[in-house]
Design a protein around this ligand. Structure first.
Ligand SMILES: *Cc1c(COP(=O)(O)O)cnc(C)c1O
Length: 364
């Protein structure tokens, strides 16, 4: 079977070297040497400051909400945050889990990111934040979102789980918002098995979050505030350092796959409309068909040919019962019903990609 994605497995020899170091130091977690090294190297690689490594991308969102005062210990205040219905469940469920009501605003039909015009319509006195998603690594309309946030005194936390290494107007896209979060799950472009990071705009927010990820403990006998366990460990960091060492090869292989798809499919299928100023990371290749019926048919034909393409993000999140969303999001619902993500990973052979392309072009 050809999967939709494969975790990138770096050189075993390199990984063994890092693991030897862990055995020598006998230090497994709590801000160890490798976590510190990965923090520095990621800041340099991404061109950002104030980066905090955490245990996964969902905790990255939750710690960001807490450090920025979006979620707090007073749920009777009914806080709300405006977010996208067209994303992985964790963006919205992490808000709900922390007592913040996710309020959806519909997406732009071309870029599939939150449409700023729809954000303004759902702001209430209880709105504390906007949580937009740079979906599939595309940049949100960051200027318009920043302007709305300023005008209404709202926090902005970008779920940038898909946007590792993405540049916007020549600089890291992760610099926008009060914070941006990354997921380093095994299936993501850059990964640590499980893991994640938060990039804060301000140093004081980073310092606050640092305490929060280690139970609020600040010394052997001091607990300064309410915290949780969200620390990354040394084994995760070792994997990350090795994946980062091979990032150029990984990116090049994905870019080759991405460009072959684009060349063959851009005339007949709807692709994501990318921001002009975007430096893309080739993490995903979603296509949109003219009908849900054809989407289901192509998915089945691909499966008969040994290819597991995935319908994501489907379903649109306003239809997920446990999120209690009451309002229809017609554009997100429509795109979600017709979208398919095609296999893309380093190591996907051109012959296998040809099989996928022939199914997609035959089924016109
Ligand atoms: C992967 C992902 C997450 C969750 O990250 P984990 O590391 O799996 O917890 C959150 N949001 C989006 C958009 C994602 O794709």
């Amino acid at each position: 079977m050809i999967p939709v994605t494969k975790p990138y497995l770096p050189s075993r020899e390199n990984l063994d070297k890092y693991i030897d170091g862990i055995y020598e130091r006998q230090w497994l977690t709590n801000n160890g040497q490798l976590v510190q090294e990965l923090t520095r190297r990621l800041e340099r690689y991404l061109g950002v400051e104030n980066l905090l490594l955490v245990a996964n991308g969902t905790l990255a969102l939750q710690i960001a909400y807490r450090a920025l005062g979006v979620s707090d210990a007073r749920p009777e205040q009914d806080p709300e945050a405006i977010t996208s219905p067209f994303t992985f469940i964790a963006t919205a469920s992490s808000l709900k889990w922390d007592g913040v009501e996710p309020v959806f605003a519909d997406i732009d039909p071309g870029t599939w990111c939150l449409d700023p015009i729809n954000i303004e319509k759902v702001i209430t006195p209880n709105t504390r934040a906007i949580v937009p998603v740079h979906v599939f690594g595309n940049a949100c309309d960051v200027e318009a979102i920043d302007a709305i946030a300023q005008q209404h005194s709202l926090r902005v936390i970008y779920d940038a789980s898909h946007a590792f290494g993405v540049k916007y107007k020549g600089e890291s896209l992760l610099k926008y918002g009060d914070a941006a979060t990354l997921s380093f799950h095994a299936t993501k472009l850059f990964h640590t098995g499980e893991g994640g990071a938060i990039i804060f705009k301000r140093k004081e927010d980073l310092e606050r979050a640092k305490k929060m990820i280690n139970f609020g403990i600040t010394g052997p006998e001091t607990i300064e505030e309410l915290g949780i366990n969200a620390k990354m460990n040394e084994l995760q960091a070792a994997m990350g350092l090795c994946v980062l060492d091979e990032m150029e090869e990984n990116l090049k292989a994905r870019a080759d796959v991405w460009h072959r798809y684009e060349k063959e499919l851009s005339k007949t299928l709807q692709l994501q409309a990318k921001h002009g100023a975007l430096g893309y990371n080739y993490a995903y290749f979603p296509v949109v068909f003219e009908s849900e019926e054809r989407t289901i048919r192509v998915t089945a034909t691909l499966k008969q040919n040994g290819v597991l393409a995935r319908r994501y993000f489907y379903p649109s999140l306003e239809s997920v019962d446990c999120l209690d969303a009451k309002i229809d999001q017609p554009i997100s619902k429509d795109i979600a019903s017709r979208i398919l993500c095609l296999p893309i990973y380093s190591g996907l052979e051109e012959v296998d990609q040809r099989v996928i392309l022939s199914v997609l072009t035959e089924n016109d």
